[in-house]
Every structure is written in structure tokens, then in C-alpha cells.
Design a protein around this ligand. Sequence first.
Ligand SMILES: NC(=O)c1ccc[n+]([C@@H]2O[C@H](COP(=O)([O-])OP(=O)(O)OC[C@H]3O[C@@H](n4cnc5c(N)ncnc54)[C@H](O)[C@@H]3O)[C@@H](O)[C@H]2O)c1
Length: 237
Amino acid sequence: MSKTFSGKLAVVTGGASGIGAACAKLLTEQGATVVIGDVQAALDSPNFLDVTDRESVVTFFAALDRAPDVLITCAGGASRHAALDVDEGQMDLTMALNFGGFWRCAQEASRRAIDENVSLAIVHVGSSLHQGPAPELSHFAAAKAASITMVRCLAQELGARNIRVNAVVPGPVETPATTPVWEARPGMREALRKVLPLGSIGDTDDVVPAILFLASPSAAWATGTILAIDGGLSVSS
Ligand SMILES: NC(=O)c1ccc[n+]([C@@H]2O[C@H](COP(=O)([O-])OP(=O)(O)OC[C@H]3O[C@@H](n4cnc5c(N)ncnc54)[C@H](O)[C@@H]3O)[C@@H](O)[C@H]2O)c1
């Protein structure tokens, strides 16, 4: 029986860990050939990619055997600082990773897809914090907001080139990025659960199917969609 992504080439940035690794695993199970791009080595696909660096992004996409059918951009993250403590270097790095990383990869993947006449589905992993407020993460929230605006702009400009651009904005999800933060701060998980209408912190399994849906042919008529998968955070009182 043919699987959803049989014969498709899928690139997952930030695919060595957390949500990206879970996307890569499910895409593989669904028949895709997956290329992970990450600054840390992934077990089965050690393709070095630093999304903050244009040369690295150009080299990475040029090295693919052919234009990708799917691009999932998960590379992201930030250190935590009160808004008035964020310095120039931290802001630059956070923007370069969370906004610029998406923008560079979307551009280079799209250029290859257009050159090779391939229909490309891009799914960006944003964050429920993109609308703020975000205590200790103002720099991250602002960078994710810029990335969501870019998703909508690219969706509008690239639709006629057979390129769809959508985003999933997850709420708090247990991953190697968040677990140590929550472990170090007793009571933080409980506080999060209290504000989430569905009452639980997410697992990667809660968000990955939505990401793959937007990448799949079932979403062929969807572009510019910003899909919140967040335990209800966006409607919490
Ligand atoms: N976990 C959450 O609660 C949560 C919530 C909302 C949004 N997100 C977003 O989901 C995405 C994945 O987060 P996660 O929790 O799985 O984190 P994670 O730290 O487990 O995975 C992030 C991956 O990105 C890679 N990466 C970092 N800098 C990179 C760079 N310059 N170039 C290429 N790869 C780089 C890391 O090596 C890592 O493998 C991030 O964009 C994050 O902001 C996470």
C-alpha cells in the first residue's frame, strides 16, 4: 500500500532533536526519504546545516540529489533573559536562528523547487509565544512573530509557483529544550498545566501529526495557514 509521503524527499531542519526528530521519524515511517539538517549530528543523517549562516544553507540545499518536496523548519530556540537584560548579541542570534533560519531555508529550497519544477510544501514550526507576552523570552517571541509574518508573505508570493507555506504554532511541549528548564524550576509544569484549558503539557506526538498534515497532499489547498496546536493556550483566560 502506498504511504502518504512515498517517493517524496523531505528536509527537516533541527531534525536531530525534539519536535524535528519526531517529524523525521514519522515522515520516514510514512515513506519519505528524509534529510536532516542540524548543527548537531543526527544518528541516521549527519548533514551539517547552520541555518544562521547563508553559505551553510546554500551548500546544504545544493548538495541534495534533487529539489525537496517537503521542507519542515524546526531549528530554533533561545536562552532566557528578562526583557531589559537582552543584549545586542543575544537579540541578533535569536533573530538569526528563529526568523532568519526559516527565511534562508525557505528561500533556498524554493529556488531549487522552482528551477526543477517541483511542488514544494513548507511547514514552519513557530511558537504560541509569537503573539506575546513571553516572560524571559521577549527576544524569542519577537523573532517567532517575524517568522509567522514571513510565512504569510511567502505563501502569497509563491502560491502561483506551486509552493505552499504554512506554520504550526505549538504550545509548551516536553523536549530536550524544555525538560531541563522545567526540571530546574519546581512548580513550572504545574503552573503551565493550570493555564492550559486541556490541562496537560504537550508531547511531540501531539504536534507532529499536524505538521505532517500541512506537508501532505491532504492539505493541497492550504497555504498561509497558522495552525495552533497548543492545549488551548490561545483561548485560555
Ligand atoms: N518545545 C516547546 O515547548 C516548543 C514550543 C513552541 C515552539 N517550539 C519550537 O519548536 C522547534 C523545535 O524545538 P524543540 O523543543 O524540539 O527543541 P530542540 O532543542 O529539541 O531541537 C532544536 C534543534 O535545532 C537545532 N539547531 C539549533 N540551532 C541550529 C542552527 N543554527 N542550525 C541548525 N539547527 C540548529 C538543535 O541542534 C536541535 O537539534 C523550535 O523552533 C522551537 O522554538 C518548541
